[in-house]
Design a protein around this ligand. Structure first.
Ligand SMILES: Cc1cc2nc3c(=O)[nH]c(=O)nc-3n(C[C@H](O)[C@H](O)[C@H](O)COP(=O)(O)OP(=O)(O)OC[C@H]3O[C@@H](n4cnc5c(N)ncnc54)[C@H](O)[C@@H]3O)c2cc1C
Length: 427
């Protein structure tokens, strides 16, 4: 059997570990995952898995039913969006849609790691540079890590998040598109036992007993709440538009009560107190700014590629960041199937780029930002006034997509590129 081609995956979170699951089926490839942190871990409480995310995982050969069961994921019956304050309080703001599955982030990652060979997972390995063409210009890549160690691979896939090193190496150190941009929203989070949520919030606006996601819209502010951990816990995300003088360039700022109270001015006092108490005491104690990737000219350079947040981070309004990463993985793993030589990798990435770059991931970034503007009341709180825009229809279109179409298109593009390259090399 020929020596397997070596794939180095940078970043051991959702993108990296999902891709590795797809590569498990390819005996002609071996992979190593390099993670800068001291362990494979996820920050944050819950993550929504919409139908397109699950479709992508199935394409990768994962047993999704087992994954959801083992990750103690909840199926939320529906996602309801209501007005939280003012004259339209309690009215449905947008059409109710089916709810996504909700999983704990750490549990999801544990399920993604479960079947990966442990000797291929490397912690404390922060990529700092890649020497191309080592030891000569047609040879493999030499990866350099901050502890001074190196690793040789035939290709690198950057799964290293929205402040990606691999992105810098692909686009060039000085490229303005390396840095993510402020998406225009801050958010803060809390997590508490469901019994306490009912006690604290009442059941007027958010009924934490219901097996659903509830989105509540205000003037410049928004709340998303729902069950996780088989309904034992309730998470709360509060999001807002920045007040005057806000520093959108900071990754996060310290959380304070006044900021939250200002955001929910005009809402029911008891409810706001419950929300503020919860976020102040049970969350990470910080306000995060929401980021999105600047448009990039491409997702690859030669035999180095980027996927997930490294390529196209989005604000969180559609719950689609990880879903887009999973779709990327399904497409990439689908093309990797037919790779035979080191030189095929750049054709793989060309095909991947043709199918994904500037397509669904960028459309999601745009739609998510637009959705955020609507859901923070920037177009008013009158449901009738927002009924005519097609945000919800677009959202359903994004969720109902089956990545199989992209997988086939990418495989066809790869075969065409490879045949063309062979024809040229013979002539
Ligand atoms: C509040 C919030 C809510 C969200 N909700 C949802 C949701 O409901 N549904 C959904 O689909 N998406 C959601 N998202 C988006 C989703 O979390 C991201 O899209 C997803 O986690 C991206 O995964 P990733 O693996 O590409 O990047 P990351 O999760 O950022 O992982 C990158 C990994 O690379 C490592 N790394 C970084 N640099 C290096 C280096 N130089 N060398 C080695 N390792 C490195 C990091 O330590 C990290 O482990 C949400 C995001 C946020 C912030």
């Amino acid at each position: 059997m020929p020596t397997p081609l070596r794939v180095a995956i940078i970043g051991g979170s959702i993108s990296g570990c999902t891709l590795a699951n797809g590569l498990l089926r390819h005996d002609h490839l071996e992979f190593d995952i390099f993670e800068s942190k001291s362990s494979f871990q996820e920050r944050g409480a819950a993550i929504a898995l919409h139908t397109n995310a699950l479709a992508a995982l199935r394409h990768l050969g994962l047993d999704v039913d087992e994954l959801l069961r083992e990750a103690r994921a909840n199926k939320r019956d529906r996602l309801q969006t209501i007005v939280g304050c003012g004259e339209h309080k309690g009215k449905e703001f947008m059409e109710t849609i089916p709810g996504p599955w909700g999983a704990g982030r750490q549990q999801l990652l544990a399920e993604l790691i479960k079947h990966l060979p442990k000797d291929r997972l490397h912690c404390n390995k922060k990529l700092v540079a890649i020497d191309r063409g080592y030891p000569d210009s047609s040879g493999p890549l030499l990866l350099r890590f901050d502890d001074g160690s190196t690793h040789t691979a035939d290709t690198v896939v950057g799964c290293d998040g929205f402040r990606s090193k691999v992105r810098q190496l692909i686009l060039g150190q000085e490229n303005a598109a390396n840095a993510p941009v402020f998406a225009g929203f801050w958010d803060a989070r809390g997590l508490l036992p469901t019994e306490q949520a009912v006690e604290k919030f009442g059941i007027d606006i958010i009924d934490a007993r219901a097996d659903q996601l509830t989105a509540v819209v205000g003037d410049g502010s928004f709340i998303l709440s729902g069950p996780i951990d088989n309904g034992q816990m309730t998470f709360i995300n509060v999001v807002g538009t920045p007040p005057p003088g806000w520093d959108g360039s900071a990754l996060k700022t310290e959380l304070n009560r006044e900021h939250l109270e200002r955001a929910f001015r005009g809402w029911d006092e008891r409810f706001v107190k419950g929300i503020v108490d919860c976020v102040m005491t049970s969350g990470p104690g910080v306000i995060f700014n929401q980021w999105e990737s600047a448009p990039s000219p491409k997702y690859f350079n030669g035999n180095i590629c980027m996927i997930g947040d490294a390529a196209h981070a989005t604000s969180n309004w559609l719950g689609q960041g990880a879903a887009m990463a999973m779709e990327d993985c399904a497409v990439l793993a689908g093309i990797f199937k037919d790779v035979k030589y080191e030189t095929d990798f750049q054709l793989v990435y060309q095909a991947f780029d043709q199918v994904r770059h500037g397509k669904r991931p960028e459309m999601v970034i745009e739609q998510s930002r637009l959705c955020g503007q609507i859901l923070t009341g920037q177009m008013g709180l009158d449901p009738a006034a927002v009924a005519n825009n097609n945000t919800q229809a677009k959202r359903l279109e994004i969720l109902s997509f089956d990545i199989g179409e992209d997988v086939i298109a990418a495989q066809e593009a790869f075969h065409k590129l490879r045949d063309e390259a062979r024809r040229l090399s013979k002539s």
